[in-house]
Design a protein around this ligand. Structure first.
Ligand code: P6P
Length: 344
């Protein structure tokens, strides 16, 4: 099959056919993993249908509960979480699941067969955008359950991001698109609502190594560490400054949407440590936000660090631990990381 970045000449093939042919050609997607990815895709289609109903189904607004992060849960957060749990618990491909919306992990009930994979997800990322109709998404990461451990325990999930066997997200925007990697490049599949299936629309996505676009919440500027201030100040100085070029800024406050834009046209995304909560390394969660996005970004030729080291090499110590995130166009991420290391 001829590969064209634009997807313009791609023969329209379904996600299932892509996964089958990828296994046949590269052996990277054994049957149980293919089943997992197809089930996650079907669940994301259901989440998309719920998101698209919005007020019509009375599912906007707060659920009146809080998650382990201390954040107010939106009704759709809980619906999306339940859709993913219900879709994945019976298939026999998983040993357990972990979610941003659940304090502890969810072991597959004994009435179902247990598989070798662990599925971690943020069921609906960007919740603050739900009620204002701005793109949101589902982020997921797949690990293998360690062989030596008997019953599932939290430590089974605490694997560095380099151990991921697959990662991806679904973005619920003008199109519903799933972006996926199994370690052999990054590919996107757009939901064909008439056919009811995800169709391959872009293969081997590559992030330009340079960019003129940064994404950060500028309202936090007074709280940033010096290396972040230095980098953003230089961007703001534009062509008269040391960078010799003008920069543009975007901040959607939905990681899935900001990362999708970076995969489409380059850019740098930053959610760094700041002194509002000095004992926390950042806002974003390592296992089910930063790790899957970092796997995708690296597979697309970009880079992802916590300001000092590859995010994928951070050894997790807790299921919901947070991490500083600097990811996107390789040369910009390396610059920001250098500023942090120089400041040590
Ligand atoms: P802020 C959404 O709540 C999220 O976890 C990410 O999707 C997003 O990048 C970030 O938080 C936005 O944070 O502080 O700008 O609202």
């Amino acid at each position: 099959m001829e590969k064209h970045a634009s997807g313009a000449h791609l023969k329209r093939i379904s996600l299932t056919r892509y996964l089958v042919e990828e296994q046949r050609e590269h052996g990277t997607i054994p049957g149980e993993l293919r089943l997992l990815l197809e089930v996650v895709a079907r669940a994301c289609k259901s989440v998309s249908n719920n998101v698209n109903k919005g007020a019509l189904a009375g599912i906007l607004g707060s659920a009146g509960t809080g998650n382990v992060q201390g954040e107010t849960q939106q009704k759709l957060d809980i619906i999306a979480n339940e859709v993913l749990l219900d879709a994945n618990e019976w298939g026999g491909h998983l040993a357990a699941m972990a979610s941003e919306e659940m304090d502890s992990f969810y072991e597959i009930p004994n009435r179902y067969p247990h598989g070798e994979y662990l599925l971690l997800f943020d069921p609906l990322d960007g919740s603050s955008n739900i009620d204002v109709n701005v793109s949101i998404g589902t982020i997921f990461s797949v690990l293998k359950k360690p062989l030596q451990s008997g019953n599932v325990c939290e430590n089974d999930f605490l694997q560095p991001g380099v151990k991921q066997v697959a990662a991806g997200y679904a973005i619920y925007g003008p199109q519903t698109t799933m972006v996926l990697t199994v370690g052999n490049g990054v590919h996107s599949f757009t939901l064909d609502r008439e056919a009811g299936s995800f169709v391959l629309t872009q293969q081997d996505i590559r992030i330009p190594e340079d960019t003129k676009e940064f994404a950060i919440n500028m309202s936090n500027m007074r709280h940033w560490d010096a290396p972040v201030k230095r980098y953003i100040d230089e961007c703001l100085q534009g062509k008269e400054g040391v960078r010799g070029k003008d920069f543009n800024m975007r901040w959607i406050a939905s990681m899935v949407a900001d990362v999708h834009r970076i995969l489409c046209r380059g850019g740098i995304f930053m959610y760094p440590w700041d002194k509002r909560e000095p004992d926390k390394p950042g806002k974003l969660r390592l296992l089910y936000e930063a790790n899957p996005m970092s796997f995708l970004v690296e597979q697309a030729g970009g880079a992802a660090t916590n300001g000092r080291q590859r995010i994928l090499e951070v050894t997790p110590t807790a299921l919901h631990q947070r991490v500083s995130v600097v990811l996107g166009s390789k040369n910009e991420v390396e610059r920001v990381t250098k500023y942090h290391l120089d400041a040590q």
